[in-house]
Design a protein around this ligand. Sequence first.
Ligand code: PLP
Length: 371
Amino acid sequence: MTARQTQNLRVPGPTPVPPDVARASSQPMVNHRGPEFAACMREVVAGLKPWFGTRHDPLLLTGSGTGAQEAAVVNVLSPGDEVLAITAGAFGDRFADIAEAFGARVHRHEVPWGTAADPDEVGATLDRLPGVRAVLLTHNETSTGVTQNLAAIARAIRDRVPSPLVIVDGVSSIGAVPFDFDGWGIDVAITGSQKAWMSPPGLAMAVMSERAWEAHLEARMPRFYWDFSKARKYGERGTAPFTPAVSVVYALHEALRLMSAEGQEAVFARHHRLATRIRKGIEELNLELFADPSVRSDAVTAVRVPQDVDGKGLLRVLRERYGVVLAGGQGNLEGTIFRIGHLGWIRDEDVDQLLDALRAALEEIRLPQAG
Ligand SMILES: *Cc1c(COP(=O)(O)O)cnc(C)c1O
C-alpha cells in the first residue's frame, strides 16, 4: 500500500487528492436529506460559481464526466434535432456519439487531432448548416492536449441568428484554466470531480443558461436519472433527487476551500507555470510534443513516443521503478503518444520528480538496443 501512497499519479484524471480532502471524504455519513448535508451542498454550489464564471447555481450530479456529457445532451435536445459536433479527439467523438445515440442528426466539424478548431471555419460550417440547433464542443481535448479558443468559437456561434445552443464539455478544463460561462455566452457546461477539482471520482457538475432552461422545457430526448428539472428542484432545498455521492461532496467542499484560499488567479497561474515547465522539460529530453504550439493545454500534455522506444514499456518502467503513473494514447493514438495530466493538485516537486523519472526511464529502456 505504501507504493500507492507514494505514487506520482499523473494521468488526466483521476488526479491526486490532498490529505485534507481525503480526510474530509472520510467523515461520518449523514442523511442526505438532513441539515448537515444541505449546509455542505449549499457551500459547494456557491463555491463552484466563480470557477465556472457564472451567476447561475451549478447542479450537482452523481456520475462520471461521461454521464454529464449525456445529461448535457438529453436535457436540451430532441430526437431529430440537427447538431454540430466540433471534434478534435476522443472526447469530442464521444460527445458526438452520445448525441447520435439519442437520435440527434449529428454533423461533425472534424479537425486533425493535435490541432484546434478555427472559429471562422466553425462559422463557415454553420453557414452551410442553417438548421443546426446546438453545437457540442470539448474545451480541453484530454486525448490530445489541446485547449480550444472557446471564447472565440462561442462568439462565432452566438453571432448567428438564431444562434444555436453552445454546449461545452469542460470536464478537464474548468477549475484549471479560466472559464467565463456568462461572459462567453455558454449555454451548458459540465465538469467532473476527479479532474481539476482534486477530489475523488463520482460527482459531475453542470451549469445551464436561461436559454438552455427554455430549451429544456421543449426537449424530448428520453431522460429520467439525468433530468435537470429534478436536480434543480432538489438542489434548491440543498439535496439531490437520488442518493448523492455524499463523501465526494464533502471532498469537493474541502477542495473548493483550498482552491479559494490559494486564489483563482494563483491556481490558474500555477497550472500555466507547471505546464510550461513540463513542456520545456519534455523538449529538453529531445521528445516531441504532440499538440500545435499555440493551443497546448495547461491541464494535459501529449508527447510522441520516440521511434526507438516501446511506449507501453516506458509507462511500465515509469510506474514500477519510479512510481510515476502516466496515461497512454486513446483511439488512433494508442502506442503513438503518452499523456501527462497536470491538473488539480500538482506542485513543483511533483514536476521535478516526473521529469527526473522520465529521463532515467528513457535511458534505461534504450540501453538494450544501444548495447
Ligand atoms: C475525463 C473526461 C471525460 C469523461 O469523464 P469520465 O469521468 O471518465 O466519464 C469527458 N470529457 C473530457 C474532456 C474528459 O477529460
